[in-house]
Design a protein around this ligand. Sequence first.
Ligand code: GDP
Ligand code: MG
Length: 615
Amino acid sequence: MESLIGLVNRIQRACTALGDYGGGDQAFSSLWDALPSVAVVGGQSSGKSSVLESIVGRDFLPRGSGIVTRRPLVLQLHKTEEGQHEYAEFGHMQRRRFTDFALVRKEISDETERITGKTKQISPVPIHLSIYSPNVVNLTLIDLPGLTKVAVEGQSESIVQDIENMVRSYVEKPNCIILAISPANQDIATSDAIKLAKEVDPTGERTFGVLTKLDLMDKGTNALDVLEGRSYRLQHPWVGIVNRSQADINKNVDMVIARRKEREYFSTSPDYGHLASKMGSEYLAKLLSRHLESVIRAKIPSITSLINKSIDELESEMDHLGRPIAVDAGAQLYTILELCRAFDRIFKEHLEGGRPGGDRIYGVFDNQLPAALRKLPFDRHLSLQNVRKIVSEADGYQPHLIAPEQGYRRLIEGSLNYFRGPAEASVDAVHFVLKELVRKSIGECQELKRFPTLQSTIAGAANEALERFREESKKTVVRLVDMESSYLTVDFFRKLPQEVEKMGNPGNPAAANTIDRISEGHFRRIASNVSSYIIMISDTLRNSIPKAVVYCQVKEAKQCLLNYFYTQIGKKEGKQLADLLDEDPALMERRVQCAKRLELYKKARDEIDSVSWAR
Ligand code: GDP
Ligand code: MG
């Protein structure tokens, strides 16, 4: 039984930690609300603080006549292993462990005064106190200021209502167990505690009636009507208590003696002897503990689902933030390679389709290159004037006899040179498309977002590789053009002389040829022959340049964009790898916080699981 309540205290502790952490964590406040606590309610000086103390079995609360308790005190009892030292800790000074309970009492008074001053005013700001001891059962108890009927000197007019509102705010929560304290020397019909408890808990299922000051009753009277439930019926049995009197307090009668005296009081009492086993503060503590267990057990499913929900939320936040980076070099290298691959995947998708952009490469081949080829200034190069000039220059002092072999060659070579421009321009155009795709892919790579340094390193490596591919590609396309000039297509020219003859004068072929050789028609024919040869070459190059570009640039980029980078990175030291994986510090901090909270919640869940399966 205690394990379960201990568990709940652990969850509460975890939640308190979470609350401190996140500052008003939503899950925290609702989880806290889901767990039961015990609050003492009653008129001023009815013995509330005394009852709490004796349940705890320790003297630590300020007690006395008048308004002593002026701020709520949230008290968590944690049962520790037998033989452990007892100590107390305050929420407002967690570093310090109190072992002297007289100092705890003083700190409660001091802390009360820190907010309210040395007045008779009250404050709703709670004081959090935890007690760790082998002599307690696990409980969360709340001590509250006593209900009053009139404002005394030094108090504001509203104090009666203020106190009631504050007390009500604690006891109206459905999971607050109410310890309704009434002094036996007053008529139960006048009990403030019962009055308020009845309002907030009409069925009485979470109200425990406690009757104090049995020893102060008038001679000849007893409280049996109340204790046996005849005066006012509650779902739970009434418990009678005898606390220390003011005289005992003044004489510093300690708890052990007080408890013994209480036991003796009941066992020797002629009125209550038959009830002795169900009376006293120790019995009250057990009763409460048992009740809490059943309440908590009923709550486990909703608590578990709340914790699971929080865990899910935190895990998805963790996913969003990215998992923490490993510390050893091997794992870091692995992470870097994974990230590179993630980038590479996206880059490939752009090239192969699935993501846009790759089609622009086809655009270069289908539009840009043919348009550039069409625009080449062959008209000018093969103008009559230029043809005559080049052919004459090629002939030298002896004009050609049949066909101007040298002239043809020079005209063709001159023309072919023009193809270098469009060929190189295609290489550059594709290069820029690829570069743009690298930039896009890096931007789209979600995993890389965390690592700005690695991002720019990958971009740098990819662009370097593209640059190398571009060089290679340029060499290749220029070579294609050069190859055309190195060896002309013989077949094409073999046909030429026959055509010349066909076109000549059939009546006197020899005479016609002689005139032709120097006439405009002759040069026009040469120009047209060269032109049709060039058109043929242009068609060839229009097809072969794209093949070279894809082979040298696109295919390489697809297959081994980061290969060189991979060989470089493999040689790097741990420090250099870590530098590549440096993150935004704010992000790192958020992850640490998130991980801590996740761990706390998971611990709480494991504990709940282990207990809820245990029975
Ligand atoms: P609170 O104001 O309700 O917290 O009451 P306290 O616990 O401070 O007690 C008020 C006064 O009543 C103190 O002087 C206590 O010694 C005294 N007192 C409380 N309970 C008992 C009791 O059962 N018997 C006797 N004789 N005095 C009690
Ligand atoms: Mg009190």
